[in-house]
Ligand binder design. Structure first.
Ligand SMILES: Cc1cc2nc3c(=O)[nH]c(=O)nc-3n(C[C@H](O)[C@H](O)[C@H](O)COP(=O)(O)OP(=O)(O)OC[C@H]3O[C@@H](n4cnc5c(N)ncnc54)[C@H](O)[C@@H]3O)c2cc1C
Length: 210
């Protein structure tokens, strides 16, 4: 998370130093606390956003939380027959996770082409307290054969907290985690059996102390 920002770079032909300042809750620099750091190199470690030029051209609905498409359990977008996976959907830490997501989208698009994807009622999936976003945004339980993994990121560092999943107001998953960090994508598995046992309109995922 952004805690400081570079406010000025000193040196014309050769870097001589930078001014940095802490940021307030609106990410605006607090100039009264600005300090000068002499240096000859500036390395920036910045977060990534999904590249959504193609999605926008195709009128795919984008999530304000991820910057990528809003998708269902098969990674199908709001546009019939357009599927999204990988960094165009959500920024992945590891390429292995991209591969897993590509299998999901590939399988669902093959089912779509064969006319096997079910288009019934959908459950909305929401990010609750402590979580920044969750993918997918919608689940059609009829398309879940065994399990479905929800991927999400937390807002802060949490030690010895619980990942909780509510089906409407019923807590169905309560998993203790030694540490949760925003920089590491998290996953939680929901099963087809849970979806049958606890029919609901909304699933929400969050982080709780107890
Ligand atoms: C600096 C960095 C280091 C990383 N290190 C690791 C690591 O060590 N290990 C690891 O597992 N993961 C690592 N990752 C993460 C991993 O690289 C990504 O999660 C993964 O590459 C995402 O795969 P992707 O296919 O979704 O997207 P990309 O690999 O970004 O592929 C998207 C492709 O689409 C193309 N494209 C974009 N727009 C258009 C367009 N309009 N028309 C046609 N083509 C287009 C792009 O040129 C690109 O080739 C790293 C990522 C970064 C940025």
């Amino acid at each position: 998370m952004l805690s400081h920002t570079v406010t000025n770079i000193v040196g014309k032909d050769r870097l001589e130093g930078v001014f940095i300042a802490p940021v307030d809750e609106n990410r605006k620099p607090i100039l009264e606390k600005e300090e000068y750091i002499p240096c000859d190199t500036l390395l920036l470690s910045v977060g990534l956003l999904p590249e959504n030029e193609l999605s926008k051209k195709a009128s795919v609905k984008l999530s304000p939380l991820t910057g990528g498409a809003e998708v269902d359990e098969g990674r199908e977008t709001n546009i019939d027959g357009i599927f999204a996976c990988g960094n165009v959907l959500q920024v992945h830490d590891l390429v292995d996770n991209v591969t897993d997501e590509a299998y999901i989208a590939g399988k669902a698009s093959a089912q779509y082409l064969k006319g096997l994807r079910k288009q019934g009622s959908k459950i909305e999936v929401k990010a609750n307290a402590g979580t920044r976003y969750v993918v997918p945004k919608y689940i059609n339980p009829e398309n879940i054969e065994k399990n479905l993994e929800l991927s999400f990121r937390v807002k802060d560092i949490y030690k010895d907290h619980y990942v909780t999943v509510y089906f409407d107001h019923k807590r169905v998953i309560h998993q203790k985690k030694r540490i949760l960090t925003p920089g590491e994508m998290q996953t939680v598995k929901i099963t087809a059996e849970m979806l049958i046992t606890h029919p609901c309109n909304e699933i929400s995922i969050g982080v709780e102390k107890e």
